[in-house]
Design a protein around this ligand. Sequence first.
Ligand SMILES: Nc1ncnc2c1ncn2[C@@H]1O[C@H](COP(=O)(O)OP(=O)(O)OP(=O)(O)O)[C@@H](O)[C@H]1O
Ligand SMILES: [Mg+2]
Length: 212
Amino acid sequence: MIISITSLKGGVGKSTISQNLAVCFAHMGYKTAIVDTDTNASSVHWSGLREEGLPEITVLGLTDSEALRKNIKKIHNDYDIIIIDGTPSISKLVSTILVLGDVVLIPIRPSGFDIWATEKFIESYEQAKMLKDDMRAFFVINEYNPRANLNNEIKEALNELAIDTVNTTFRTRIAYGEASVLGMGAYEYKDPKAKQEATNLANEVLHILQNI
Ligand SMILES: Nc1ncnc2c1ncn2[C@@H]1O[C@H](COP(=O)(O)OP(=O)(O)OP(=O)(O)O)[C@@H](O)[C@H]1O
Ligand SMILES: [Mg+2]
């Protein structure tokens, strides 16, 4: 199964969610890989920080659309779950990432919501959907704050789009950044609330994959 993670804008939590899902899946016993398609290579770098002895996660860097498509085909059968950590740019690479995923997750940050970026993204999304009409895509709200008014507007705006939103949200938690610089996921770190959020998202995504 392939989980594609892409976004409308940069810095919204693609790599955080990729790494946290990969860690949960690896602990559940799934053979897991991350394919990092971003030239900043943050998940590739993360894998270099990961200590021996933790459940293994293969991380490969592939920043070219054709190379991604061809190499994913080659490694597809070697893993139970491949997570594609995407790029925010509207490019051929984004279309390839969208088409490759059995499920597509689109992290958004309520504070950084940008309707223009959303509209641009929906265009790429609609194009990809023409190539693959059974595409399953979901927004994931990252840095959710139930006390901020803006979030309610966003929730309403999201409801109007033809893309569903998963139930799990990630709050702003220092643990995500701290775990990441140790090559870990929240599942392996000391904040039980972050661990619970990561676990909830992993379970919810597995449930979606099982129902495809
Ligand atoms: N829920 C969260 N709580 C606290 N910090 C977070 C959270 N999600 C992400 N961050 C932090 O925000 C920064 C950007 O997140 P991340 O690198 O995951 O985004 P990205 O979408 O992959 O960015 P890019 O487009 O640059 O690849 C990181 O420093 C990360 O640790
Ligand atoms: Mg990233």
